[in-house]
Design a protein around this ligand. Sequence first.
Ligand SMILES: Cc1cc2nc3c(=O)[nH]c(=O)nc-3n(C[C@H](O)[C@H](O)[C@H](O)COP(=O)(O)O)c2cc1C
Length: 185
Amino acid sequence: MFREFNVGEFYRLLHPRPVIIITSSCDSGKVNAMACSWFTPVSEEPPTVLVVVDETSYTAECVESSGGFAINVLPSEFLGKIWIAGSRSGRDVDKISAMEVNLIRCARINSYAISESLAVVEAVRIGTYGVGGSKIFIGEVVAAYVKEGVTGRYGWDLNKVSIPLHGWGRQFYVVDKNTKYVYVK
Ligand SMILES: Cc1cc2nc3c(=O)[nH]c(=O)nc-3n(C[C@H](O)[C@H](O)[C@H](O)COP(=O)(O)O)c2cc1C
């Protein structure tokens, strides 16, 4: 038997989802960081990704004006910093300082990534769609890089790294060495 679920909160049934940090450069000269769990790869060829960003966020403004963004994958140990990026606006606070992380210049876009990231995916904005109060930024992936020794044949080596998933609100799931691997025949 099913029970009815509030349609306005349907997305809760589609979590947990990976959570990443979008970094973008803003007209003010600031580099901003925002937590994002509504994102997805779109195409392998050409390599394309999309992120869903609240139209009122500072990130929406920065991605619009700079034309690109970086996706930073941070480990679970950084959940406190991820929460800072997801609960305050770059309009009010320098989140890079508040998170106490360091920046490196991006390889292919005119912005910065977080040097403590496990991996970075850089994208050039090639399309923008508005849906409700959200902006969907489609990005062509122009660079991707990962720390040495943290991936295996199928992706993250969970004996080496721990990846956060976002439940909802303040709840997160940690995918780590205690996670059971299952391989289908
Ligand atoms: C774990 C987590 C995931 C989030 N995912 C999204 C998301 O996918 N899209 C979005 O617009 N906001 C998301 N948020 C909220 C933004 O990160 C938040 O509104 C942030 O303050 C925006 O910052 P900015 O104004 O500096 O861009 C998320 C917050 C958290 C904590």
